[in-house]
Design a protein. Structure first.
Length: 181
């Protein structure tokens, strides 16, 4: 099996990171560009439990499956990163994170999703740290994540990243995780 990454052109406007995870596995985190490959996110395979326990995001924000493929990601107001690992001379997506700003570009909502076999390696933390870093660099002041109230793993993740959690006033089954940037 080929374990080297394919060569992909880089752009100075889009940051990239190479990361070693807790288990010493290696990923590259790069921007998602649906204009280059609209089907790219279809390769993110999620189990029913993983689909259920991820930061939910609202319908008007980009989903990690990018259900509305006609709305392009417009950096820096919409930012989406994928974590990839080499697999047979291609990149395999093992996680994704994104945010979309409000019209005033002062607030954004974020989401993160990791494939089952890459859970508990620190990948969600790294993806979220990069999303937060890019949001701060672009002058965004507050980040929010919508989640199911019973999602203990995401509560632990957001707390470790400095988010504060409160019940969603519009839905008792959801919580809002917020951080001032």
């Amino acid at each position: 099996m080929n374990t080297s990454f394919p060569q992909i052109p880089t752009s100075p406007a889009y940051p990239r990171w190479s990361e070693t995870l807790r288990d010493h596995s290696y990923v590259r985190i790069r921007p998602l560009d649906l204009r280059a490959d609209p089907a790219e996110m279809d390769s993110l395979e999620l189990s029913p439990d993983t689909k259920r326990f991820r930061l939910l995001g609202e319908a008007n924000y980009p989903d990690v499956h990018m259900t509305d493929r006609h709305v392009p990601i417009e950096y820096p107001h919409d930012v989406a990163f994928v974590a990839v690992t080499p697999e047979d001379a291609r990149e395999r997506i093992v996680g994704a994170s994104c945010f979309r700003t409000d019209q005033g570009c002062q607030h954004c909502e974020c989401i993160v999703t990791i494939t089952d076999e890459w859970l508990k390696k620190g990948l969600a933390t790294l993806l979220m740290k990069h999303v937060i870093e890019v949001a701060r660099a672009n002058g965004i002041r507050r980040m929010t994540a919508v989640d199911r109230a019973g999602n203990v793993q995401m509560k632990e993740l957001t707390t470790a990243l400095g988010f504060h959690t409160r019940m969603d006033p519009d839905d008792a089954c959801q919580v809002l995780h917020e951080i001032e940037l």
